[in-house]
Ligand binder design. Sequence first.
Ligand code: A3P
Length: 327
Amino acid sequence: ADQADGILTQETTDLLSSLPKQKGWLYSDHIYQYQNFWYADIHIQAVVNMQRNFKALDTDIIVATNPKCGTTWLKALSFAIVNRFRFSTTGTTLKQHHPLLTSNPHSLVPSLDFHFSTGHSPDLTCLSDNNNRLLATHFSLESLLECIKDSKCKLVYICRDPKDTVISFWHFATKLRPEHLEFSSLEEFYQKFCSGIVEHGPFWDHVLGYWKMSMQYPERVFFLKYEELKKEPKLHLIKLAQFLDHPFSIDEESDGVPEQILELCSFDLLSNLDVNKNGKTPVHKFEHNIFFRRGEVGDHVNYLTPTMIEHLDKITEEMFLHYGLKL
Ligand code: A3P
């Protein structure tokens, strides 16, 4: 509950006063540049605390994402895969008891960023009710490295076309904006996004950190693209399950388990559940429905001008070409 109170330690306050500072969009008036990334004050506190106090276990699975790139979806899919022998997705009665039907995916896959934001080392034992702890972060790989470098934990990362990401992010920021923060136009948000000055930005550096590690250590990082997951969900789900060491058996495949999981985690099903339509996050009281908007590819054409599209595409191409990454 400390994060709701926004309590910063004296150490964090001192650190913040030495950092570059810009306007914030989501959680606080300002964001600060720390170790090359822009974070809200409370998240700087979390990064420092995590680097000091969090050591990932070999069996941990960490869902890592840039905000608005498909976190909710990937959390749901990972949870359903890893827990499918505890919570079956087969048969109507069993399916009715699946936690994803009564809990928002963010409640089932807790955020390290949140748990460490108090400045104190949190008790994570309550998260260890399974062989694998499923955890999540929006922090960059650079920020996370200290916590995972001595571990064999697995990371699953999803990225998304930045044109759709910026639109999704802007809608999200507009809905979440604390009342005292002035409304920002899409043009202003777009400019800041392009220059990397948004929460967890720069977008491209965030993606590249995880992309490079997935190339170098494919057994450690599974790199997904939102658009590809949309296009061939079954293929990527099967690969994800293999990567997580929870592969589907031949029998499961012929029984249609991958299809059941995809349906359970689909935008249509999740976004229409009572918990996601009317529920709220326990601490911030964010309405769960803010995590579900359209869930489509290409919505940016309804918002960005051709010049804005061209400019963003150019940045992406210049940033990624050298590393063989195409979005
Ligand atoms: P849009 O705003 O384009 O609709 P995150 O989960 O990282 O916050 O990302 C949110 C984006 O993912 C939103 O995109 C949201 O609608 C979409 N989304 C949420 N759940 C989804 C699901 N089950 N399948 C596909 N997209 C989903």
